[in-house]
Ligand binder design. Structure first.
Ligand SMILES: Cc1cc2nc3c(=O)[nH]c(=O)nc-3n(C[C@H](O)[C@H](O)[C@H](O)COP(=O)(O)OP(=O)(O)OC[C@H]3O[C@@H](n4cnc5c(N)ncnc54)[C@H](O)[C@@H]3O)c2cc1C
Length: 435
């Protein structure tokens, strides 16, 4: 590829100074910002788009997957508060369809409710938000990150902070800071991307069983009417009776951190949506009058970089139901690997009464001094990543990062010297499910 030299040696404004800077406003960023602020740190969350939500909003990912044990949601307090905070935005009709949060089943949400509830919680905690700023660089001094540099409509600007939290989902901040990364499976492929969408005006009472929909789908694929590698149609019921959520397009062998491939993935995802729409209207009863209700504004990225931490956890921890004194999150969501290069989905489950644990060292990037991970890009292998990546545990990873960041600032302890056992105790004290 042709390359040109580019002069970055210029003066840029420092637009804010803070104790804790959280980059990224998805479920991980929510947990981090709320907890850092509640623990007394001056906290700023910076997000590249004009609202919060991450995949829950921009990716149109609107059921929370269950991370439950023995009838109890393992993720608390921030995740449960988020679910409750959405309540005030629901209609009476929707409220009747909300399942009890403690039940082991997917929890349907409305993306606008999720987004507004996140903003409410962050402001109530006393943190600030800056939208429309995309992380572009970091400036380090004495091995520590001193400034994060953002690109915006106003050009480049820097924000100074004592501790930095990477909640970008992709580990953008960690990579810019020089941290080690891993990518994909043994062939170098990540889980496929999916553009989620919803159809409304569906007559649910006349919908066929899933097996019949899948049979019709196979026939349409055989006729060449749908070109999608997914083995079946993956859909979920929403709070509105006539709305169905589809998590079913499949875009393989593209990288979520390669911008050209991302652009190609957007086009490919919407091509498949056009095919699904025509298929449902033509062949599936109940969908004759269905129309597009919404389409993700950003292709869904299940997996990209994983940042190597002080501790590295593998699928052995899932199979051994590993427990640790320095744990920060309990997880029993399944290993759920959508085939990175073709058809099929690998599922391994833990029974409803057990779990494994994520350790503090998995969110502390190796070699960093003032950086924490609060997103799916933590120090785990490809298989374990497929389990920790769903929104409830990611929110809990964020809450642990927020507590640790505030503690680092308050006690003036470099992040890598923080005791994981201490963070475990602080999490227990605020009601996290770790006892
Ligand atoms: C297709 C698909 C289906 C899924 N289905 C489910 C499901 O049904 N239930 C479930 O619980 N989970 C599901 N997941 C998983 C879950 O949605 C994600 O793993 C989770 O949202 C990750 O949270 P996060 O905070 O790490 O990242 P994200 O949700 O991706 O949030 C990252 C945030 O950082 C911002 N950001 C990124 N880069 C920058 C930058 N350089 N500068 C500034 N801001 C930046 C982004 O705009 C975004 O707001 C699914 C994921 C996908 C892709």
């Amino acid at each position: 590829m042709k390359k040109i030299s580019y002069n970055k040696d210029m003066q840029i404004p420092v637009i804010a100074e803070t104790d804790v800077l959280v980059v990224g406003g998805g479920p991980g960023g929510l947990g981090a910002a709320v907890m850092a602020a509640r623990n007394g740190a001056k906290t700023l969350l910076v997000e590249r788009y004009g609202c919060l939500g991450g995949m829950a909003f921009h990716g149109e990912v609107t059921p929370f997957m269950p991370n439950h044990c023995d009838g109890k949601a393992l993720d608390r307090p921030v995740y449960l508060e988020w679910c409750r905070q959405m309540e005030k935005y629901r209609t009476d009709k929707e409220r009747k369809n909300v399942p009890p949060i403690q039940e082991y089943r997917v929890f349907p949400i409305v993306k606008e409710d999720a987004m507004l509830a996140m903003e409410d919680m962050i402001f109530e905690a006393g943190a600030k938000i800056l939208y429309h700023h995309t992380l572009a660089d970091v400036i380090k001094e004495d091995g520590k990150i001193k400034y994060a540099v953002f690109q915006s409509k106003s050009g480049l600007a820097a924000i100074e902070s004592k501790v930095f939290i990477d909640a970008t989902g992709d580990g953008d901040l960690a990579v810019l800071a020089g941290c080690k990364q891993e990518f994909g499976n043994e062939e170098g492929y990540c889980q496929p991307m999916t553009t989620c969408f919803k159809l409304s005006h569906v007559d649910k009472d006349r919908m066929p069983e899933r097996t019949e929909i899948n049979r019709l789908y196979d026939e349409a694929k055989a006729r060449g009417e749908i070109d999608c590698l997914r083995e079946n149609v993956l859909y979920f019921y929403m709070l509105d009776n006539d709305v169905i959520h589809f998590n079913t397009t499949r875009i393989v062998k593209k990288s979520g951190v390669n911008a050209v491939e991302l652009s190609e993935a957007e086009i490919e995802g919407r091509k498949q949506i056009r095919e699904y729409l025509a298929f449902f209207r033509k062949y599936v009863s109940g969908f004759e009058n269905a129309r597009l209700h919404s389409i993700a504004s950003h292709v869904g990225i299940r997996e990209s970089r994983r940042i190597r931490g002080m501790v590295y956890q593998t699928q052995e921890d899932f199979f051994n139901r590993a427990k640790y004194p320095d744990s920060i999150v309990r997880c029993n969501y399944m290993i759920d690997i959508h085939n990175p290069s073709g058809t099929g989905t690998e599922i391994q489950r833990i029974d409803g009464k057990d779990w494994y644990e994520i350790r503090f060292g998995a969110i502390v990037p190796e070699g960093s001094k003032n950086l924490l991970m609060a997103c799916r890009a933590i120090s785990v292998d490809h298989a374990l990543h497929s389990s920790i990546r769903v929104m409830p545990p990611v929110c809990s990873i964020g809450q642990a990062a927020g507590i640790a960041a505030a503690y680092s600032v308050k006690e003036n302890i470099p992040v890598p010297e923080i005791s994981g056992v201490e963070i475990h105790k602080q999490l227990e004290a605020i009601g996290a499910f770790l006892s």
